[in-house]
Design a protein around this ligand. Structure first.
Ligand code: ZN
Length: 167
């Protein structure tokens, strides 16, 4: 396993639409293991493959208290969404920024697991929000897209300033 570098907003690569995984093979399993290690090390509660410059439809999530319940979703599809809730969201690609976003509060998802087996699951609350956030990444969408233009521009300027300071 290896920790992979995380792309930061406003890197245009984060806008790439990821392609479906054709076969869950050892390369994909290595990607999954690296993503889990990268997410836990960050630390974060979710990570999508395009955030580590792998443009395939793979996400990992762990919203458990003790960080012991990794959830792997390959080619995730939202089947059903219910309710609405607003939660403060952050993103490993937009470090240090937390803003309220409205999302469905209950979802049903279909995906493949790390062995390529299809499964369906339901999620609510934080886990549901996290899965929706990560699926957005696969379509090149970021949580800052839900904010006003003014807010997003302010965040972009802040990120660009941080980057200049770390170079
Ligand atoms: Zn994110």
């Amino acid at each position: 396993m290896a920790i992979r570098p995380i792309l930061h907003f406003p890197d245009p690569k984060l806008r790439t639409a990821s392609i479906p995984v054709v076969e869950v093979d050892d390369n994909i399993r290595t990607l999954i293991d690296d993503m889990l290690e990268t997410m836990y090390e960050a630390p974060g509660i979710g990570l999508a493959a395009p955030q580590v410059a792998a443009f395939q439809r793979v996400i990992v999530v762990d919203t458990s208290e003790d960080r012991s319940t990794p959830l792997v979703l390959v080619n995730p599809e939202l089947l059903e969404c219910r309710g609405m809730e607003e939660m403060d969201e952050g993103c490993l690609s937009v470090p240090g920024i937390f803003e309220p976003v409205e999302r469905a509060e209950w979802i049903r998802v279909r995906a493949l697991d790390r062995n390529g087996q299809p499964f369906e699951m339901e999620a609510s609350g934080l886990e549901a929000v996290c899965i929706q956030h990560e699926i957005d990444h696969l379509d090149g969408k970021l949580f800052v897209d839900y904010l006003s233009d003014m807010k997003r521009n302010r965040i972009r300027k802040k990120m660009e300033k941080q980057r200049r300071q770390t170079l």
